[in-house]
Design a protein around this ligand. Structure first.
Ligand code: ATR
Length: 270
């Protein structure tokens, strides 16, 4: 049995152990997957101990993704551009490979729910770590254009400049927005405090799909706002969570699990 884990702080509410255990069952892989609460100041020591104790790979969540990025011996392009790592793989030679599957998980979920993303006008709200991690995978889907807005505009400008060489990406200030988008993705943490970013309602029309990377028992604040303002469809981030897990599982086990049964199981759980 190969050993995997997720590191975070807090970690008690992580769904990753359930998700990976279901993936393992579905694909008949002999793995164990546990949640490890690393002290805030001791992520690296905690990870190295896990590796000494035969850990083969790990997921990393808040607040350790940047520290994970810093300690890797090698990085995927996604991880390098994201500046953050959510998936660590211990290689045969003991080196640590870092990847970031958050963006691929988002894109996989979008395609599952919307079909092709080709030629869509996409608005990305927020310019923190969550936004940064999904820009490259979004640009690689064939969307027409990615527009980034953020409460602090300078951060949106900086991301647009960083990713300009990978596709059609620009930034605007919120007040400059004056068209409806095919897809609006909320990557801000505003929903955590019940807030909604200050978007003009004309960004939404009857064809707009709104996606909140957050999820919860109730409809998120952003999705409630989107629905009220006439969005065609609202989607929460549970599918992204399961999607990023599926991409990590594939990196480790070379087999891609089916996300649908796992999503159905999670939706049924409290
Ligand atoms: P994460 O890794 O989750 O992206 P982060 O890097 O701290 O976390 O970024 C949080 C993002 O949510 C930022 O874009 C932040 O906007 P600022 O750059 O202006 O701080 C955004 N955000 C958080 N609370 C918000 C709120 N109440 N309204 C609008 N945007 C908010």
């Amino acid at each position: 049995t190969d050993r995997y884990a997720v590191f975070g702080n807090p970690i008690g509410h992580s769904k990753s152990p359930q998700i990976h255990t279901l993936f393992a069952k579905e694909t008949s892989q002999a793995i164990s997957y546990e949640a490890i609460l690393a002290p805030v100041a001791c992520f690296e020591a905690s990870l190295r101990q896990f590796i000494t104790e035969k850990g083969r790979g790990a997921n990393v969540t808040v607040p350790f993704k940047e520290q994970a990025f810093a300690l890797c011996d090698e990085l995927s392009l996604e991880a390098r551009l994201a500046g953050a790592v959510n998936t660590l793989t211990v290689m045969e030679n003991g080196r640590i490979h870092g990847d970031n599957t958050d963006g691929l998980g988002l894109v996989a979920d979008l395609k599952r729910q919307m079909g092709s993303l080709e030629n869509l006008e996409v608005l990305l709200v927020g310019a923190g770590g969550a936004a940064r991690g999904c820009i490259l995978p979004l640009l690689q889907t064939g969307i027409a254009k990615l527009t980034i807005v953020n409460r602090t505009q300078s951060k949106a400008d900086k991301l647009a400049t960083t990713f300009a060489e990978f596709g059609n990406v620009t930034s605007l200030c919120m007040e400059e927005l004056d068209q409806a988008y095919d897809l609006i993705i909320n990557s801000t943490s505003a929903s955590l405090s019940g807030d909604v970013p200050n978007l003009p309602v004309k960004t939404i029309n009857a064809n707009t799909v709104c996606y909140d990377m957050m999820y919860g028992k109730d409809v998120t604040a952003f999705n409630a706002w989107a629905k009220k303002n006439g969005a065609k469809q609202i989607i929460d981030g549970l599918g992204m969570l399961v999607g990023q897990a599926a991409q990590s599982f594939k990196l480790w086990r070379k087999v891609e699990p089916n996300v649908e049964p796992v999503l159905n199981a999670l939706r049924r759980l409290p």
